[in-house]
Write a protein that binds this ligand. Structure first.
Ligand SMILES: [Zn+2]
Length: 152
């Protein structure tokens, strides 16, 4: 038990010393992002911590993805895209539904149209080729939102 905690401690020291070396030229304190536009990388997603004697709130101490989600909620942005329906397109061959993706593809479950529902049919919707639901004929197409050339 003791040896394991020692090993963790020495790894931490190694990581922090390499970071200091990398920042040697211009050592700047990483700022806690106060809103989504200030998020630069994972190190800006660390809370300020609670004042002594108080119980920390999520805002004080949450980090990482939880903090990113919290920042989004403050601004009404659903960062993990849990609720947003697909609103672009009509679902036809000429005007397919556009499925936002940051990877070049996305799995989508079609449950039918407003007129006729069916059991969920799962499709891999890829960039560049329309996907068609074989139950109701709805057509979907991927819309890549990431940086150009970074898909896959
Ligand atoms: Zn369908």
């Amino acid at each position: 038990m003791l040896s394991r905690s020692l090993r963790v401690a020495s790894q931490r020291r190694f990581l922090s010393s390499t970071r200091i070396l990398a920042n040697k030229v211009s050592h700047t304190e990483v700022k806690t992002a106060q809103d989504l536009s200030e998020v630069t990388d994972a190190s800006s997603l660390i809370g300020p911590g609670a004042k002594p004697g108080t119980i920390p709130t999520d805002w004080d101490q949450s980090t990482g993805l939880q903090r990113l989600e919290l920042l989004g909620k403050k601004e009404g942005v659903d960062v993990f895209d849990m609720e947003m329906p697909i609103t672009e397109g009509k679902g036809t061959m000429n005007d397919p539904f556009l499925v936002p993706t940051y990877m070049g593809y996305r799995y989508v479950g079609c449950k039918g149209t407003a007129e006729e529902a069916h059991k969920p049919y799962w499709m891999k919707v890829e960039e560049g080729k329309p996907s068609r639901c074989w139950h109701c004929g709805t057509v979907l197409k991927a819309k890549y939102l990431g940086e150009p050339g970074m898909a896959h």
